[in-house]
Design a binder for this molecule. Structure first.
Ligand code: SAH
Length: 393
């Protein structure tokens, strides 16, 4: 097959040669007219020659996404099958015996713009690049041939799609059938997931390792899981022997799932679900209050760089409230899933929160996203989650 040639500007190749997978629009020297967004193309450089084959988008800030640096590699079903097989191997090494995980984490699995979550025999796909949307039939065929899935679900409701000019759409079953909720088993317990109606693709796998890291601190303790969604942290804490767990989320549907998850794991007698605003609940607490451990996992406050200053103020306020609510020796597990908040900025925010709360904090652990959301070292953009366990005195 012949691929159109996109020429990179002089001096812009080093990042790509080092393993970064994007070329930005201002780095493109020349491209044929009238290319449809997401067309497969070759990226070349006047001095370094062929850099990679991937998706070109004439109107996106991310103009080129590299799929392969092999010039003889066709982007066909076999290509996707190989990438999927590599991805399964890694997940099986990280989580032996697991059948539910993020199978493809976009760029980190060398499939830019593609997310695939696996729930046993059910697969949920998200496309956040025009090229992936165009390649959908091939991707679906590759999943079918490799995994013989009971269903493949397509979710086109990520805000990132706007940046590629892709429309938002309701979840859709592309293959097979799916009725109602289903159950998954993870190292943190069993969970009901709602693949069509749930948030994102149905479950937050990115916090799985962090739930494991926090669980030992919860034994015999009173735990607040704030922004709980279906109860990931709280269920893990209760299963690890927490005395009492309160889950709070503002979404009714999330708490319904959480309540059923408590029952599913046999911890409903120690678990209370509260529908409401986590900030308001925290503001009512005081150091004599009922919690020894507080996990806060708010939605991304900084949706773009422009929102960063306001977002940092909101994180600071939330964290200060949580710190104030803990007794001496209490544990705060604080998360931020905003791409635009870097590790150092996150720590700086926590320092300001501690000052505001007039508390001393010891950093016990600083963590990131789970191993099924790998970070590509050459691409800092692939890291987004920050997770700190702090001892508050
Ligand atoms: N901790 C969860 C994931 C949380 S996602 C897990 O481990 O699975 C963020 C959650 O915050 C969503 O479920 C959303 O409904 C909830 N949320 C957003 N604003 C809120 C608020 N002001 N108070 C309580 N929950 C809120």
């Amino acid at each position: 097959m012949d691929y159109p040639t996109i020429v990179l500007k002089p001096k812009e190749e080093n990042r790509l040669i080092s393993g970064h997978l994007w070329a930005f629009s201002n780095e493109i020297a020349k491209a044929p007219e009238g290319i449809v967004p997401g067309t497969l193309a070759d990226l070349v450089h006047s001095r370094s020659g062929f850099l990679g084959r991937g998706f070109y988008h004439p109107h996106s800030l991310i103009a080129f996404r590299i799929l392969t640096d092999q010039k003889d590699q066709e982007i066909d079903q076999a290509f996707f099958e190989k990438r999927f097989a590599d991805a399964v191997n890694w997940r099986e090494r990280c989580y032996p015996g697991a059948t539910a995980y993020r199978l493809i984490f976009g760029e980190s699995d060398r499939l830019p713009g593609l997310i695939v979550d696996r729930y046993g025999d059910y697969f949920v796909i998200q496309a956040i690049a025009a090229g992936i949307e165009r390649a959908r039939p091939t991707i679906v065929q590759a999943l079918k041939s490799l995994f013989q899935p009971k269903a493949i679900i397509w979710r086109a409701d990520s805000a990132l799609r706007d940046l590629e000019g892709l429309p938002q759409a309701a979840p859709q079953v592309l293959h097979g059938a799916l009725s109602g909720r289903m159950q998954i088993e993870t190292e943190n317990g069993k969970f009901w997931v709602d693949l069509l109606g749930g948030q994102k693709t149905g479950f937050y796998f990115d916090q799985r390792d962090n739930r494991q890291a926090l669980a030992p601190f919860c034994k015999g303790k009173r735990v607040l899981d704030a922004f709980s969604y279906s109860g990931g942290f709280g269920i893990a804490a209760a299963s690890a022997g927490a005395k009492e767990v309160v889950l709070v989320d503002s979404a009714h549907a999330a708490l319904e799932l959480a309540q059923e998850n408590a029952e599913l794991n046999g911890v409903a007698d120690r678990t209370t679900c509260v529908e409401g605003d986590a900030l308001a609940l925290l503001a009512r607490e005081n150091p004599g209050g009922p919690f020894d451990v507080i996990a806060i996992d708010p939605p991304a406050y900084a949706r773009s760089k422009k929102h960063l200053p306001a977002a940092l103020k909101a994180y600071e306020k939330l964290n200060a409230l949580a710190m104030k609510a803990l007794p001496k020796g209490g544990i705060l597990a604080s998360s931020s899933c905003s791409h635009h908040v870097g590790r150092e900025t996150f720590l700086e925010m926590l320092r300001r929160s501690a000052k505001k709360a007039e508390r001393r904090a010891r950093l016990v652990e600083l963590r990131s996203q789970a191993k099924d959301h790998p970070v590509l070292l050459a691409m800092p953009e692939t890291e987004y989650l920050k997770f700190a366990i702090l001892k508050i005195d």
